[in-house]
Design a binder for this molecule. Structure first.
Ligand code: UD1
Ligand code: UDP
Length: 402
């Protein structure tokens, strides 16, 4: 007699803004697929910035561990997350745990799953700088998660090579592209028809309906007001690095008074303190009418603003992946990158958190149209928008007994 078909349970566990953005397309696909029982558990390592993403994609977590504390420490959050995910897994007993990226949530959830003998599928596997201090602590989180995972979803062929070098069997690696491109395409489809209005920005800086995915503003007959979009949050930039970044923005704002600098400031207090101290209108000597410090944007608004931007200054991982698809030059305010594909293609330039280098690189792009044109060629090294399908079919193969 044939046995009853039993759905396999996949528990997708995440906690921060970028994990939510990159897993949203996978959650939506697995929830629709009748062959799986997909459960979403959030640690809420980020509270507000996570909820912004959940709202945009209409995802309601099955379990919300609600763990964020203001000014949480790495050890404190790790301990709380391992304990809470351990309890969740003891109740849920999933067949597979899925995590994404390199945050504390990823490491803690993978370790808790390992202790329960539950296989882990790691989305965005194999990114490496080779330097455990940068990004810190993410490089260690990635290396340790690789050791614990059973299935590795590598965005690119070079990520796959990194895993092979670490003796991961090639049968356990699938090159999928990065799911951030799937999320980006979902967002672009919404915002290109119906551009959101961004509170706190003048009309001249608002996203417009006709800014298409691969249209560079430089190619238009009447160029819009130049807009430099900024984000930053890396721990290795805390202190002096952030002060350098803020000084660079102030110098650029004075040198280019007709260019506007829009900075949605990350909610980490260690980021907000130097930004407000150096750049807010009340800061001594600041009064920069063309610098706009705003709250973190929901994903649709941020994608629309990236598409509206002339260039982007960032230390973010996700933004380095999205911007080349939009044809936006990126200046990376870090010393290392685990995303060499766009650097090789020439759309991303790594300059460190160094005031002079940031000013020099941004000024060159704002004043040299030929350089700008070269760096703003749309290029898609991180995927074709179909990473989710490859991940779902690999999970199906993994969970289906021969
Ligand atoms: C975390 C990840 C980092 C990821 C980044 C994405 C780790 C060690 N760091 O860094 O890899 O690139 O998220 O943004 O996993 N806060 C709020 N509300 C929020 C979010 C954060 O108030 O919605 C504040 C809290 O005071 C919190 C602090 O920011 O304690 C730091 O958050 P945390 O997740 O620990 O570190 P991030 O720097 O955000
Ligand atoms: N992002 C957003 N709103 C913002 C800034 C960024 O939605 O105000 C998105 C961005 O498009 C990217 C992701 O957040 O997909 C990157 O998150 P973050 O820089 O916090 O983390 P990282 O990618 O560096 O881990």
């Amino acid at each position: 007699m044939l046995g009853k078909f039993v759905k396999k349970t996949i528990a997708i566990i995440f906690g921060t803004r970028p994990e939510a953005i990159k897993l949203a397309p996978v959650v939506l696909a697995l929830k629709k697929d009748k062959r799986f029982r997909c459960r979403v558990c959030v640690t809420a390592q980020h509270r507000h910035m996570l909820d912004q993403v959940l709202d945009i994609f209409g995802i309601v977590p099955d379990v919300d561990l609600n763990l964020m504390k203001k000014n949480q420490t790495l050890a404190g959050f790790t301990a709380r997350a391992i304990t809470a995910v351990d309890g969740y897994l003891a109740d849920e007993k999933p067949d597979l745990v899925m995590v994404q990226g390199d945050t504390t949530t990823v490491f803690a959830a993978s370790l808790a799953a390992f202790y329960h003998h539950i296989p882990v599928a790691h989305v965005e596997a194999g990114l490496r700088t080779g330097n455990l201090q940068s990004p810190w602590p993410e490089e260690l989180n990635r290396v340790l998660t690789t050791r614990m995972a059973a299935l590795h979803f590598a965005p690119t062929a070079s990520n796959r090579k990194n895993l092979i070098k670490e003796d991961i069997p090639s049968k356990n690696i699938v090159v999928t592209g990065n799911t951030v491109i799937d999320a980006l395409f979902l967002a672009l489809a919404k915002v290109s028809k119906n551009p959101p209005h961004i509170p706190g920005l003048p009309q001249a800086l608002q996203p417009t309906a006709h800014a298409s995915r691969f249209t560079s503003h430089s190619s238009r007959l009447t160029p819009p007001t130049p807009l430099v979009l900024i984000t930053g949050h890396r721990r290795e930039n805390f202190g002096g690095g952030f002060e350098n970044i803020c000084r660079a923005i102030a110098l650029l704002a004075r040198q280019f008074p007709k260019t506007h600098f829009v900075y949605p400031v990350h909610l980490n207090p260690r980021v907000r303190e130097p930004v407000m101290r150096i750049l807010s209108p009340g800061a001594p000597g600041a009064m920069l009418p063309n610098v706009h410090l705003i709250e973190p944007l929901d994903y649709l608004s941020f994608v629309a603003l990236m598409n509206r931007a002339t260039l982007i200054l960032t230390d973010s991982g996700g933004v380095q992946e999205e911007a080349p698809s939009l044809g936006k030059p990126v200046i990376v305010m870090r010393d290392t990158t685990e995303r060499p594909e766009a650097v090789k293609a020439g759309t991303v330039k790594v300059v460190g958190a160094d005031t002079r280098n940031i000013v020099r690189a941004a000024a060159a792009l704002l004043t040299r149209p030929a350089l700008y044109k070269k760096m703003s060629t749309a290029y898609n090294p991180y995927g074709d928008g179909h990473a989710t399908e490859r991940i779902v079919s690999a999970c199906r193969a993994f969970l289906t007994p021969l």
